[in-house]
Design a protein around this ligand. Sequence first.
Ligand code: SF4
Ligand code: SF4
Length: 332
Amino acid sequence: MPKNSFYFQWHITDFCGNRCTHCYLNDFNKTKVSLRTARKIMDDMQDCCSELDAETILSITGGDPLTHPNIWEILEQARKFVRKLAVLGNPELLNEKSIGKLQSIGIDWYQVSLDGLQQTHDKIRSPGSFQRTVGGIRRLVDAGITVVVNSTISDLNLNEMSDVMRLCYNLGVGKWSFARYVPNSGTCGLTAREYNNFLKEVYRESIDLAGEKSTFISGDSLMNSAIDRPQDCDSIVGGCALGGSAMCILPDNTVMSCRRHKESSLGKWMKKGDLLELFLFHPKMQEYRKTELIEGCGKCAFRFQCRGCRALALAQSGNTFGKDPQCVITDS
Ligand code: SF4
Ligand code: SF4
């Protein structure tokens, strides 16, 4: 049994029918990985994880991954070696046939996005998207496929998240999670205090809603300080994954440490061995691991499970190691 785990988020295509206001794609509908290259990348993921004595957790995403012409071949190969296999996609192509394929391949979960109630979600994503997403969730749940819902949080939708959580619960969603919106520059529009209050509320709601059907998880390392949950440890146990055991691969084979951190590109995957080499030795990865460089976190009791969001620090201050703009500790 491997001692560690390693997470890959793999964007196999940038084809997408939506044009969400907070999307990171610049080039819609231009690039997708070929099946031949996809097979080689998966072999390299397997080698990389074996060298690291890690089980592989793989999320296949896009664009809309279901639009990739070889999605089923890619998922079938992935299923043979990964421990956890997820698809992060859109609801539009979820029908009897595609859901049957997802069932027979045996994905561990399908993730969709809900960024608010109907009006807000449709404004952020596209008209009719809310109903399509709810319909997709219902079809997946009926088929016995675990659904994860993720919400991207900003000042546009913060106040609707309690209702989104309850909706997810009523729909039989397996997990609800969230992440802050990371703009190219500036902040997600929330003050540190507003966001801290939100985290506390989410935590309270998650306890209220905890039951057999659903779990509600924090996608944000700042939750630890919001609910005062320090751990007795003296090495990293969680928090920001920049430089950590996770990498993102784009449709043109660019490897990034984190998709939301716009300067974390490590170069293009070219050949077997590149994933391990980039992870272990790329100078950016080595620098990201110097947690002592992070402004304001050095003496914080939560530093081994938090370190804030480095992508938001970069967007706000131009410095990866700057303060997390929504941290109440560094804000005080
Ligand atoms: S920079 Fe932000 S989005 Fe990226 S891994 Fe760290 S916390 Fe997550
Ligand atoms: S000071 Fe740093 S480690 Fe502490 S809660 Fe804020 S961002 Fe997290």
